[in-house]
Design a protein around this ligand. Structure first.
Ligand code: ZN
Length: 345
């Protein structure tokens, strides 16, 4: 999820421009705007090819190619992992970004655009021998006590209504309280709201993400890329999952992360090119982390894909369908969504 869309950001941009126009002398106005406007027009093509991140990437050495068949053979067997949800922050963003309001089901339900409450999560997964892994990163300390130095700051923070973000638990405070250093961060994707806690994670900790996340192109990246790269900081290259097609076609790809059948990476492109869901086997049963393949409880319950925040809505609808089909085949799966909690069953 990017917590606003290009139209909304454009409104802020135009608003700022307009406010400057009003303060300028009318006779000189066209001179002031002509050159910037021409430059903007000339560079529009270039800007629309702006990458999501300039942070280096490399192939992940972790993760064995597997299949949905092998996953589903063990999925209902209790596993050794523990899972804890860290609620980093409460926020609100436009519903139209989170849910495809043009879908038949959303229209039938009479859903309208408006602010939708969301949460920013990190999920702590403990493995008996591999250590602690975080799925996504929650919220950094600076968001609670030093916003001028948070990775998300400045004009983008205003456009994203960071003033509406209320920090609950910072990732740094949680790691300190538990005296833990993660063995790795498993990103569901590289949108800024999923790396907001990254500055609290030591630079030595390896970061994994799906293929092509940094290479995603778009005008919006002109604004978001500095935030994402600031959050990633000086750490080593992002390690990209090496997915191969799932033979059954139930998913775009399936990896057995440690090769022991406890933690799985599921390739679910659409929201972004490399969107990845994870599944952990715990003593109480399987836990699925959808990432932004599904942001909201309503979207999950009604099978409606994300809205304007997604790159490829038809593909994201397909990936959501594949995840919901998995849960239909294995109803004991505990589903943790990108930005809202499902009601306890
Ligand atoms: Zn998101």
């Amino acid at each position: 999820m990017i917590p606003f869309n290009i139209r909304q950001f454009s409104c802020v941009f135009v608003g700022l421009t307009f406010s400057r126009m009003n303060s300028a002398k009318p006779t000189k106005l066209w001179k002031k705007l002509a050159i910037p406007a021409a430059l903007l027009a000339l560079s529009a093509g270039l800007l629309s090819r702006w990458p999501a991140s300039r942070h280096a990437t490399e192939a992940a050495r972790l993760g064995q190619t597997s299949s949905s068949e092998r996953l589903e053979a063990v999925i209902d067997q209790p596993g050794p992992l523990s899972v804890e949800t860290l609620v980093g922050a409460d926020w609100q963003v436009p519903r139209s970004g989170l849910i495809n309001l043009k879908s038949t089901r959303a229209q039938a339900a009479g859903m309208k655009d408006g602010p939708e409450p969301i949460q920013i999560y990190a999920y702590a997964i403990r493995h008996p021998t591999q250590g602690l892994f975080l799925v996504d990163t929650g919220a950094e300390r600076a968001l609670s006590n030093d916003r001028d130095h948070a990775a998300l700051r400045g004009i983008l923070a205003r456009a994203a209504h960071l003033d509406l973000l209320e920090v609950r638990t910072t990732t740094g405070a949680w790691l300190t309280a538990h005296d833990l250093v993660p063995s790795g961060v498993l990103l569901t994707h590289l949108h800024l709201d999923h790396v907001l806690g990254m500055p609290d994670i030591p630079g030595s900790v390896p970061v994994y993400a799906g293929p092509g996340e940094s290479d995603e192109r778009g005008l919006m990246n002109v604004f978001t890329q500095p935030v994402i790269d600031r959050a990633l900081g000086e750490r080593g290259p992002i390690r990209q999952w090496q997915f191969q097609p799932d033979p059954s076609g139930r998913f775009a790809g399936v990896l057995d992360v440690f090769g022991d059948g406890t933690l799985w990476a599921l390739y679910v492109p659409g929201h972004t090119a490399g969107s990845t869901a994870y599944l952990a086997r715990t003593p109480k049963g399987p836990v699925l982390f959808t990432g932004d393949a599904c942001h909201t409880a309503w979207g999950w319950e009604h099978g409606v894909e994300p809205g304007t925040f997604s790159d490829d809505q038809p593909m994201s609808a397909k990936s959501l369908r594949q995840l919901r089909d998995l849960v239909a085949r294995h109803p004991s799966i505990d589903v943790r969504l990108g930005h809202q909690a499902l009601a306890q069953r």
